[in-house]
Design a protein around this ligand. Structure first.
Ligand SMILES: [Cu+2]
Length: 89
């Protein structure tokens, strides 16, 4: 699934998932460097490499039942709004 990143939001196609393995394609549609991290049950700060503007990168994670944070780990972007919760179950 593709996540669109801009300053300073993340757009996910959906926020509800069934358990399983997923590859997040992070598409940096912004003007500065971003990245994408996933954190939650069994997943500890999995992340893409830093993604320059106009590029994309992937991170593959196995999601179990629970709630996960999907966020941009660059600087304070997470606190600036690049943070979403997804629910798995
Ligand atoms: Cu960012």
């Amino acid at each position: 699934m593709t996540v669109i990143e801009t300053e300073y939001t993340l757009k996910l196609p959906r926020t509800s998932f069934t358990p399983g393995t997923y590859t997040f394609v992070s598409d940096n549609a912004g003007k500065i460097t971003h990245a994408l991290s996933v954190d939650g049950p069994g997943v500890r700060d999995a992340r893409t490499k830093d993604i320059p503007a106009g590029h994309s990168a992937t991170v593959t994670v196995t999601l179990a039942k629970g709630t996960y944070d999907v966020y941009c780990p660059v600087d304070s972007h997470r606190q600036m709004g690049m943070n979403q919760h997804i629910r798995v179950g």
